[in-house]
Design a protein around this ligand. Structure first.
Ligand code: 5GP
Length: 185
């Protein structure tokens, strides 16, 4: 199990997408969320998009390995997703924010955690604005979360600075490769 964390806009998704293309034995667990779909997102691929009621019902049913409220929406890792991939013999990547990463590390201390570091807070703001998918209030909420997340990066096993996508994805691939070779999933 590999946890990939770091602020919104640091480029976690892009880096993970890059390495999955090269590593067929590695997959990402599709999380559930209550946030609205962005243009181009596909239900069941990017997220399982749930209503607030459905999400709450699945919390009560114990379906989540971890779940949080982030910038006003709920996000959670579905146990079923993780178990399905592990049963198929794949290494599983969780792309999750800080509190989720802490919860998973506590439950599964063998998990290897990676923090994706943006070049600077200014660059993070620029990326969030350029993405053009979030309203100003949401960007502000994400930046507030990011400040806390940046202060916690030393808790992670590895840090990857994402100022160059090619170099950063190569570094993440090396880390993930090391985990899968070590036989840990
Ligand atoms: P976004 O709305 O930009 O897709 O995601 C917002 C934040 O939630 C990102 O930092 C993302 O990594 C994180 N996230 C996505 N899925 C999960 C999850 O299942 N659990 C937790 N704790 N965070 C998640």
């Amino acid at each position: 199990m590999i946890i990939v964390s770091g602020p919104s806009g640091a480029g976690k998704g892009t880096l993970i997408e890059r390495i999955l293309g090269r590593m067929p034995h590695v997959c990402v667990a599709v999380s559930a969320t209550t946030r609205g779909m962005r243009p181009g997102e596909v239900d069941g691929e990017d997220y399982h998009f749930l209503t607030r009621d459905e999400f709450a019902r699945r919390v009560d049913a114990g379906d989540f390995l971890e779940h949080v409220t982030y910038a006003g929406n709920r996000y959670g890792t579905l146990r079923s997703e993780v178990e399905r991939q592990l049963a198929a013999g794949r290494s599983v990547v969780l792309e999750i924010e800080l509190r989720g990463a802490r919860a998973v590390r506590q439950r599964l201390p063998e998990a290897v955690s990676v923090f994706i570091e943006p070049p600077s807070l200014e660059e993070l703001v620029r990326r969030l604005r350029n993405r053009n998918t979030e309203a100003d209030a949401d960007i502000a909420a994400r930046l507030a979360e990011s400040r806390v997340e940046l202060q916690a990066m030393e808790e992670f096993d590895h840090k990857v600075l994402n100022d160059d996508v090619d170099a950063a994805s190569a570094e993440l691939a090396r880390i993930v490769d090391g985990v899968t070779r070590a036989g840990a999933s």
